[in-house]
Design a protein around this ligand. Structure first.
Ligand SMILES: [Fe+2]
Ligand SMILES: [Fe+2]
Length: 169
């Protein structure tokens, strides 16, 4: 007996085109998370100085969360009949999170994190809009991830504010 495919929803044959477009968006999100993990590892270890400690500890915590996001995106790609890409497909984009000239330059790191979180927030909002009425499961997952990224950005905006008050940013 042939296994029948779902007649309704994102897994149905009728939704193949939308599903493939969504897999493309999820793949981009997956790579964004993977690159963020790389950038946050470097930026949680490189910084020097007394004031670097808070940033280091904060980024150490975020690494695990971003890794969890990458795994969730990968899992959802598979559930949608996609294939999680191999590393050769990866292209780096986070120019703003490269190591600064001086490792005491904490403002550079804070601004880089805010830029990375902002990019994620923008892309995840697009996925949430795209999946509205189309794939509530993916939408639900991405809404939860979006909240994490909004929290990350808000935390680092607070760090930046402290430097701005002192005229250092
Ligand atoms: Fe993330
Ligand atoms: Fe984040």
């Amino acid at each position: 007996m042939a296994v029948r495919s779902a007649s309704e929803g994102i897994l149905s044959d009728a939704k193949r085109a939308e599903r493939e477009e969504l897999i493309g968006m999820l793949t981009k999100a997956y790579w964004m998370e993977i690159e963020t993990v790389m950038s946050y590892i470097a930026n949680s270890i490189n910084p020097d100085g007394v004031r670097a400690q808070e940033i280091i500890e904060s980024l150490q915590g975020d690494i695990q969360e971003e890794l969890g996001h990458a795994q969730q995106y990968a899992q959802r790609i598979k559930e949608l009949y996609g294939v999680v890409p191999g590393s050769l497909d990866f292209t780096a984009e986070q120019s703003y999170l490269q190591p600064p000239e001086h490792q005491t330059d904490i403002v550079h790191v804070i601004k880089g994190v805010i830029e990375a979180e902002t990019g994620a927030i923008e892309h995840y909002n697009r996925i949430i809009e795209f999946t509205d009425g189309l794939d509530f499961v993916t939408q639900d997952m991405v809404i939860a991830i979006l909240r994490d990224e909004e929290g990350h950005r808000r935390l680092f905006e607070g760090y930046l504010r402290e430097y701005e008050v002192e005229g250092l940013a």
